[in-house]
Design a protein around this ligand. Structure first.
Ligand SMILES: Cc1cc2nc3c(=O)[nH]c(=O)nc-3n(C[C@H](O)[C@H](O)[C@H](O)COP(=O)(O)O)c2cc1C
Ligand code: SF4
Ligand code: SF4
Length: 281
């Protein structure tokens, strides 16, 4: 059995996980955001275990770091092949190295680290690329994923390349930047008059950071900056400072808000699509 744990804010990583699962001949997808945060995670009954997440500030999203902390140390008998795939806007930084270190501390060896560039979703800093460019990125990602899945099936070792001292320096910067962003950056969100109180932002937030009060969202100060609330709002009512006003929103076109709310599910092998539709558990 293959298991893929994924975190995704705007669908790029979920899409990649589904493609990967299909290329493996089938896999169980598990949403990190929908797991019980108080419970230990035990992936070690699988033959391969994949950790899929977007690069944040050249590092790892905070929600993924705390998920890694909850992973059970494998027992003596368990020897699964562990790998990861990062999606990014083109600059993967030291994400796989940070992951490798975290896993190593738990006695787990990261056997392979893969990366696919995708459209950047951090619209406070950049406008999403035009559709044609996105299409090209999806195509090359799909091709790369087929190759990576073959590597996993062959249990190939593909370690992250470390160049001392840039790797250590990079890891430090990435960790600092992620915590800096987490520290109350949601104070910059505001609402325009289009909000109709549909509550999608509250449901889709992977950090349970939004509550609807008097029919409107309120942010609670422990934001991941994943941009899911802003990008998926059907009314484009959520803004970040002034910079997102009038800016096109982005999410992966083959992923729906329903997929984002799913806990994961079985994806069967083969086919041209991004795998079977996710199932609620
Ligand atoms: C908070 C935040 C920080 C990001 N930092 C980086 C980065 O350092 N380098 C990069 O190439 N892309 C960065 N991105 C872009 C995402 O990694 C990229 O768009 C990813 O594919 C999004 O995946 P998702 O749709 O599954 O959430 C960042 C995005 C967010 C939301
Ligand atoms: S998703 Fe948008 S429209 Fe719906 S409650 Fe949130 S801000 Fe309002
Ligand atoms: S508040 Fe918005 S940006 Fe922050 S974690 Fe929730 S969905 Fe993501």
């Amino acid at each position: 059995m293959h298991k893929i744990y994924y975190f995704s804010g705007t669908g790029n990583t979920l899409w990649a996980a589904k493609k990967f699962a299909a290329a493996l001949g089938g896999a169980e997808l598990i949403s990190i955001a929908r797991l019980d945060r108080a419970a230990e995670v035990d992936p070690w009954d699988a033959e391969t275990v994949g950790f899929f997440f977007p690069v944040y500030c050249f590092g790892i999203p905070h929600i993924v770091l705390s998920f890694l902390d909850r992973i059970k140390t494998p027992g003596d008998g368990a020897k699964p092949y562990v790998y990861n795939l990062c999606t990014s806007g083109g600059m993967k930084g030291t994400a796989s190295m940070i992951l490798e270190d975290r896993l190593y501390d738990k006695g787990i060896r990261l056997k392979a680290a893969f990366h696919v560039p995708m459209p950047s979703n951090y619209i406070p800093l950049s406008v999403p690329p035009p559709e044609k460019r996105c299409g090209k990125l999806y195509k090359s990602a799909e091709k790369a994923i087929l190759g990576f899945a073959r590597d996993v099936l062959a249990r190939k070792t593909v370690r992250p390349i470390r160049v001392f001292p840039f790797d250590l320096f990079g890891e430090l910067v990435a960790k600092k930047a992620v915590s800096y962003m987490m520290n109350g950056y949601d104070k910059y969100f505001w609402l325009n008059e289009n909000c109709n109180g549909c509550e999608l932002c509250e449901k889709i937030c992977p950090a349970s950071n939004i509550i609807i009060m008097n029919g409107m969202p309120t942010w609670r100060g422990h934001c991941e900056q994943c941009m899911a609330c802003l990008q998926w709002c059907p009314k484009q009512a959520i803004q970040f400072k002034q910079v997102t006003v009038g800016r096109k929103r982005y999410h992966h076109p083959d992923v729906t808000s329903g997929d984002m709310l799913s806990r994961g599910g079985e994806v069967s092998g083969g086919g041209d699509g991004p795998g079977a539709p996710s199932e609620e558990k």
